[in-house]
Design a protein around this ligand. Structure first.
Ligand code: CUA
Length: 193
């Protein structure tokens, strides 16, 4: 064997050793990443089962439209006896009831909503009013709309073939106008009659 041939052979062996070492490093790295992800799943799963969300409010989907808080005549915006403003709404494939929600500007407004069928959700324009609506559960949050104006309120959980056509409007009116109209206990909305 001549000298150049043997050195070519040993450099080929060296290159292979480098490649194997690099493969091994990648295999270890990927193994560590997978182990980390599995650990995260186990830890979050245990955490959620040990500490479920504190305020869970359920509602019977089968009797939603017959009796109780979410009957049609009770949907819309109410001024409660203590002066608090509450919006009640129901989502269904593929609309919200009411289709146009009226709220006062500069006052805290509590939304209470649920769904009759699939999981829906909504966001009000570019505000922080944003929730999911899950059948059998009441979603609630309180927010304040500072400026009068009109917002689009699209469904933001994919709920079926009509999802992209599912939306309502939220009209924010000056508080004085809102209070003047709502004193008789009627539910308010801006759905054209
Ligand atoms: Cu309802 Cu998407």
């Amino acid at each position: 064997m001549t000298a150049p041939a043997s050195s070519a052979l040993s450099s080929a062996a060296g290159a292979e050793a480098t490649a194997v070492a690099a493969e091994r490093r990648w295999a270890i790295l990927v193994g560590v990443v997978i182990a980390l992800l599995v650990m995260m799943m186990i830890v979050t799963g245990l955490h959620w089962s040990a500490m479920p969300p504190s305020r869970v409010e359920t509602v019977d989907v089968k009797t939603l439209h017959l009796a109780g808080e979410f009957v049609e005549s009770n949907l819309g915006t109410a001024i409660d006896a203590d002066g608090k403003v509450t919006v009640r709404l129901v989502a269904q494939q593929y609309s919200f009831e009411p289709q146009c929600i009226v709220v006062p500007a500069g006052m805290p407004v509590t939304f209470r909503g649920t769904s009759t069928d699939a999981i829906h959700g909504f966001i009000v324009g570019t505000t922080n009013a944003n929730t999911m609506l899950v059948p059998g559960f009441v979603a609630t949050f309180t927010t304040t709309f500072q400026e009068p104006g009109e917002h689009l309120m699209p469904c933001h959980e994919y709920c079926g073939t009509g999802h992209e056509a599912m939306w309502a409007r939220v009209r924010v009116v000056p508080a004085a106008d809102f209070l003047a109209k709502g004193r008789n206990g009627e539910r308010q909305s801006c759905v054209p009659r």
